[in-house]
Design a protein around this ligand. Structure first.
Ligand code: MG
Length: 314
């Protein structure tokens, strides 16, 4: 198959009419690639993603440059995206702490994300804090971001399993999720950081969150395809009413801090399924595939996305 093949559209009952794809390739993707991409290439990447119809393009991370050298150019990159912001493209940025938030605000960022863990082991490994210590760090960051008028997303990692602790009880995820919303986060992104979730587990966690008072419209899902379950899990989330799905163009990135993690759900694979179900995304699949091939050239390796590979020569 090649060129502009698209799946036949056959709607299924009980699914949303439209899904917002939260594109994470430029941040979560590139921060986990071995090759550091020049700033101008990142800027072109964001522009190409937006031109392909993605209205939410997570742009970069204001972490300390020595922690994530791949994204050390956040200060240089963000201003190169000003035309996209003016055009209404959402450009969230990750802020790990108060200093990162101030750097982002100084550049005019109006959508930020904080990154919490559902498990103690990952909080320790990734943030060097306990879960409660990390929440105590985020609370004033979220408060300040809200005061500054920002939309705040709360990433919650290890929602389904942890490489050190194994299975993660849903009650633990619910506790941290409620804490993030309680401090003012507008939206949660439930991360399956090591890709071990299966559809029933997804439904169980979403139901537990609802029971605890968390509305489904506050929840996004962030699946990894480590065990080939990302789309199955996405479908379970859609059946539960979730309408925000994180994905990474071309399947860029994984997580260097999590043992055995492989890539994010590829945006192309997601869009292929949604297109087949007749669910609107606004994304031009051909333009996106072309963009991911172009980025794969810069990274020096083919895209792991099944759809990118199926749609023609690399
Ligand atoms: Mg990810």
């Amino acid at each position: 198959m090649s060129g502009s093949a698209l799946p036949m559209t056959v709607p299924a009952a009980g699914l949303p009419a439209r899904v917002r794809v939260h594109e994470v390739g430029a941040r979560d993707g590139l921060q986990n690639e071995g090759t550091t991409v020049p700033t101008a290439v990142k800027a072109e990447f964001a522009h190409r993603l937006a031109a392909a119809g993605l209205d939410t393009v997570e742009a970069t991370s204001f972490v300390r440059p020595e922690w994530v050298p791949q994204l050390a150019d956040a200060e240089e990159l963000y201003p190169l995206l000003a035309d996209l912001a003016r055009a209404g493209v959402r450009l969230p940025v990750l802020v790990p702490n108060a200093r990162g938030l101030e750097r982002a605000l100084a550049l005019g960022a109006d959508r930020v994300a904080v990154f919490a863990s559902a498990t103690e082991s990952f909080a320790k490994a990734n943030l060097n804090r306990t879960v409660d210590e990390s929440l105590a760090v985020f609370a004033p960051v979220v408060e300040r971001a809200k005061e500054a008028g920002c939309h705040v997303r709360g990433y919650l990692s290890m929602c389904f399993g942890d490489p050190w602790e194994g299975a993660v009880p849903v009650e633990r995820v619910v506790r941290v999720a409620r804490a993030l919303l309680g401090m003012g986060c507008d939206e949660l992104s439930l991360g399956d950081t090591i890709g071990v979730a299966t559809p029933g587990h997804v439904t169980e966690l979403l139901s537990a969150l609802n029971t605890a008072g968390v509305r489904t419209d506050r929840i996004g899902v962030h699946f990894h395809d480590t065990y080939g379950q990302a789309l199955s899990n996405t479908l379970a989330a859609l059946q539960h009413g979730v309408t925000t799905v994180d994905a990474s163009a071309g399947g860029l990135g994984g997580c260097p801090f999590a043992k055995s993690a492989t890539g994010n759900l590829a945006t192309e694979d997601l869009v292929w399924m949604l297109r087949g179900l007749g669910i609107e995304t606004g994304v031009d699949l051909d333009a996106l595939v072309t963009t991911s091939r172009w980025m794969a050239g810069h990274l020096g390796r083919p895209s792991p996305s099944r759809t990118v590979r199926a749609l023609g020569p690399a």
